[in-house]
Design a protein around this ligand. Structure first.
Ligand code: G1P
Length: 300
């Protein structure tokens, strides 16, 4: 039996971004730029390139800038048109085009009760369908297939809930959801257990879930009766875990470059690495970085 296509993607974007204060006091962290593009735009582009038709943004208070970013700015267009700035108009039209290719729906998470709760907030919009979840903090860029497309293909092959997984250094396992595997074949691991942010000694493996999911409807049924878990938050990991045994759950070792932009060092690293991949910027940055390293000033 062919499974229906995965049409909808949930973007939990209601976090308070406290790790980035003060810049996130009046600005959503999803709008922080990676070079010159807001982090969340990378995720939306990936969803579109993976065949998603509807993006569901779960937002909290103070997230107006996300709505405005994916809307047209007639004022700015007019301003640029009058000055004949066709190159800049082109950049604007590329962003506008995203919301022509996909419907973007916004729904409010009324209380910050955790990732599982944010995903559950969108339950009525995805009822009965397998859907994708993308964590915008986790930027994954792939030369070939977008990572979400890789997950959707794995879902179609296995009929399973699919998590994007990758090996991480042992001393970092406590930052992630970590899977225990039954068997593995061609980069697809059967998941027999998942633990959210385990202490290093208790981690069942070094395979971490990295911010991309295709969820079967059964996960939403579990979110319906979810209780707070690690960090007193309703965890998506726990709901997925409770479907194991009744529904297939697999982890896909994906192909692509992963950038964790959710911490200040990770965010700075991502900016530098992406800037160095940009023609024009690389030429300006490379000598500057060499100069900085040679001078190696003490951090203040
Ligand atoms: C979330 C998930 C965790 C996952 C991680 C990936 O944690 O709960 O399972 O490994 O994203 O980035 P967060 O980083 O939001 O605390």
């Amino acid at each position: 039996m062919t499974l229906p296509s995965v049409r909808k993607a949930i973007f939990p974007a209601a976090g308070l971004g406290t790790r980035f204060l003060p810049v996130t006091k009046a600005q959503p962290k999803e709008m922080l730029p990676l070079v010159d593009k807001p982090t969340i735009q990378y995720g939306v582009e990936e969803a579109i390139a993976s065949g998603i038709e509807q993006v569901i943004m779960v937002t909290g208070g103070g997230k107006r800038a996300i709505v405005d970013h994916f809307d047209r700015s007639l004022e700015l267009e007019h301003y640029l048109e009058q000055r004949g700035k066709s190159d800049l108009l082109h950049i604007l039209s590329e962003v506008d085009d995203l919301s022509n290719q996909v419907d973007i729906t916004y729904i409010q998470q009324k209380e910050p009760l955790g990732l599982g709760h944010a995903v559950w907030t969108a339950r009525r919009l995805v009822e009965g369908e397998a859907c994708a979840v993308l964590l915008a903090d986790d930027v994954i860029l792939s030369e070939n297939q977008p990572v979400l497309k890789q997950l959707i293909d794995a879902h179609h092959m296995t009929g399973a809930t699919v998590l994007a997984v990758r090996r991480v250094p042992r001393n970092e396992v406590s930052r992630y959801g970590i899977i225990a595997t039954g068997g593995s074949k061609g980069g697809i691991h059967e998941i027999v257990d998942i633990v959210e942010k385990p202490p290093t000694a208790d981690a069942p493996s070094d395979l971490a879930a990295l911010g991309r999911y295709v969820l079967l409807p059964a996960v939403f049924a579990e979110l319906d009766r979810a209780e707070p878990g690690a960090g007193k938050e309703i965890q998506l990991t726990d709901a997925i875990k409770r479907t194991i045994g009744r529904q297939p759950v697999v982890g896909l070792e994906f192909e692509g470059d992963y950038y964790d932009t959710g911490t200040v060092p990770g965010y700075l690293r991502a900016n530098l690495m992406l800037a160095m991949k940009r023609e024009g910027l690389r030429d300006e940055l490379a000598p500057l970085l060499r100069e900085l390293l040679e001078a190696s000033p003490e951090p203040r």
